[in-house]
Design a protein around this ligand. Structure first.
Ligand SMILES: [Zn+2]
Length: 219
């Protein structure tokens, strides 16, 4: 559990510095104050994965340097190992909030949450191809907003934007947690906009935390 609290504490710490932009790990653009128009729209059609596992596909890595791309590849590998592990399945199926086996901010049962993740059904394609399609962009916010948000994404669109200040300070596991958090938004999962007590129990926050928690196990 130590790791869980560490990751959660990290996310909360991130939010604490962004009271004016309550969009840390946000799900929409605008609050970050530096929306980057996509110059390289992500339109790659991923090949379906048919062996019952999920593949994390880096469909676009826009504006990343070579060494940053290497971190992304490591992060995608961490995410892939965790999500395909038995430990991850058990954690999702047995996840509880207030003594009930349920995530907050979703009507789906834990089994349905797990199935949705494994199907990798991004809302903008509707494909249950078991390919986590990642269309990633890195941006540098203006200095006075440098720690405002870790990243953001817009529902119904493929692009995910990562703040370079956080990205560069994160190790691959932390990047994986953030990547998976944002990716669950692509599957239609959401969380409270404000920093509520229940928000860590939403699918994006809880699943993102599990990636950090299980990263070592999955090695
Ligand atoms: Zn989010």
């Amino acid at each position: 559990m130590t790791q869980f609290y560490k990751v959660t504490a990290l996310m909360i710490a991130v939010l604490a510095v962004s009271s004016s932009d309550a969009l840390a790990f946000g799900r929409s653009s605008g609050g970050g104050g530096s929306t980057v128009p996509s110059t390289h729209p992500c339109s790659v059609a991923p090949r379906a994965q048919t062996d019952g596992t999920v593949r994390f596909e880096l469909s676009a890595m826009n504006q990343f340097t070579e060494s940053q791309k290497e971190k992304l590849r490591e992060a995608a590998a961490v995410a892939e190992r965790v999500i395909n592990s038995d430990e991850f399945r058990d954690k999702v199926i047995n996840f509880t909030y207030n003594g009930e086996k349920h995530f907050v901010s979703t009507d789906l049962s834990n089994e349905q949450v797990y199935d949705t993740l494994l199907a990798a059904k991004e809302t903008y394609t509707g494909n249950t191809d078991s390919v986590a399609q990642l269309c990633l962009n890195i941006y540098t916010p203006p200095f006075y907003k440098k720690w405002s948000v870790v990243g953001y994404t817009t529902p119904g669109q493929p692009d995910i934007y990562m703040n370079s200040y956080y990205f560069n300070s994160f190790d691959a596991t932390e990047v994986a947690g953030n990547m998976v958090h944002e990716w669950t938004h692509k599957l239609g999962f959401d969380h409270d906009y404000n920093r509520t007590a229940r928000r860590p129990y939403s699918v994006p926050y809880a699943i993102g935390a599990m990636v950090g928690e299980l990263a070592d196990l999955a090695h």
